[in-house]
Design a protein around this ligand. Structure first.
Ligand SMILES: [Zn+2]
Length: 336
């Protein structure tokens, strides 16, 4: 059976971003330097105003919303451009058009914006774009690793689903897991496996199918009012890495690393995860990611306590015993 996504209105194609902008009348553009640099020579209908995204504090976003002209809001770029455009649209009830320039996250298909508030991340808002225009040429203009990292937030369903079931079995589930639920993680992972080669080779088909997975995941988060099925131990690993090292790397690569390590400890088909990463050409070697083994071990040692302190959902991560870690075993999971 072919995978059929639900979610926002979407259009796929090559060189569709510039014609979309030429057809919408007055607009404010929320963007980042690279995608606009790539596109601006092709656009005749220039924006009334250009907003550089990056600062996702609620104060800043509210200021942007209050001072924006009452015209169509366009997001062009990665997650921060999508989230900023969503906020202005939602606060002011203005039309919204999204032009993602990367398949790295599902921000163009989710309703809430990820605000950076007092050192943490908070989700708020309720954005519904008139159209999400996915222009494959924008993706191909981006560094390849930013595209192949896009599998991370789909791969995460593999470990997150296990965690949700694990929480249920341990009497710690707040979200109504039930044994008769169709295992949506299998559907997602099978589709990801099927299209991984196309992602690696940046084909129209591979990129469209990756975005359809993001679209369905975004729809499901809203439909069931939580993200338990796509956020578990692997994301908690990523948050712990950021806390321990005080820095981050590409979200999808960090989450993919978390999926590799956590699926191993869960005894949850880590071979399948590795196979998909290999097919998609996603970077995984520590040297390629600019991460040291010491940082990985420090993250693993901190993970069980951090996830309790942060009140993350109950997951396999909090039951790990750092005294039993074998450094070589963990290194082998990543350096292949
Ligand atoms: Zn994520």
């Amino acid at each position: 059976m072919t995978f059929a996504a639900k979610g926002f209105n979407v259009k796929y194609g090559n060189n569709i971003a510039a014609p979309a902008l030429d057809a919408i009348g007055d607009y404010v553009l929320v963007t980042q330097p690279e995608p606009w640099e790539f596109l601006k020579g092709k656009v005749s209908n220039k924006p009334l105003q250009i907003i550089q995204s990056g600062d996702l504090s609620p104060e800043h976003l509210d200021h942007l919303a209050e001072t924006s002209p009452a015209v169509t809001i366009v997001g062009l770029g990665g997650g921060s451009a999508m989230d900023t455009a969503k906020w202005i649209h939602w606060r002011r009830s203005l039309p919204l058009i999204q032009l993602p320039s990367l398949p790295s996250v599902d921000a163009c298909f989710t309703r809430m914006s990820a605000l950076r508030d007092r050192g943490g991340v908070r989700y708020e808002g309720d954005a519904i774009p008139d159209m999400v225009n996915v222009d494959f040429e924008l993706f191909r203009a981006a560094p390849r690793a930013m595209v192949t990292s896009g599998i991370g937030d789909v791969l995460s369903c593999h470990t997150a689903w296990f965690d949700w079931k694990y929480a249920f079995e341990n009497g710690q589930d707040e979200f109504g897991w039930s044994a008769d639920k169709p295992e949506i993680s299998h559907t997602y992972l099978n589709e990801l496996y099927e299209c991984a080669d196309g992602i690696k080779n940046l084909t129209d088909d591979g990129l469209r199918r990756l975005m359809e997975l993001h679209r369905d995941i975004g729809w499901r988060c809203h439909d069931i009012s939580h993200a338990r099925f796509e956020e578990g131990s692997e994301h908690f690993f990523a948050y712990t890495f950021e806390e321990v090292t005080g820095r981050t790397i590409l979200h999808g690569e960090l989450v993919s690393m978390g999926v590799q390590i956590m699926s191993h400890f869960q005894g949850n088909n880590p071979e399948r995860v590795r196979e998909i990463i290999a097919r998609a050409g996603t970077r995984h070697k520590l040297a390629d990611l600019g991460i040291s083994m010491a940082e990985v071990m420090e993250t693993m040692r901190r993970l069980p306590t951090f996830t309790v302190e942060q009140k993350h959902w109950y997951s396999y991560a909090r039951t790990l015993d750092p005294a039993k870690y074998d450094e070589q075993e963990i290194k082998n999971l990543l350096d292949w």
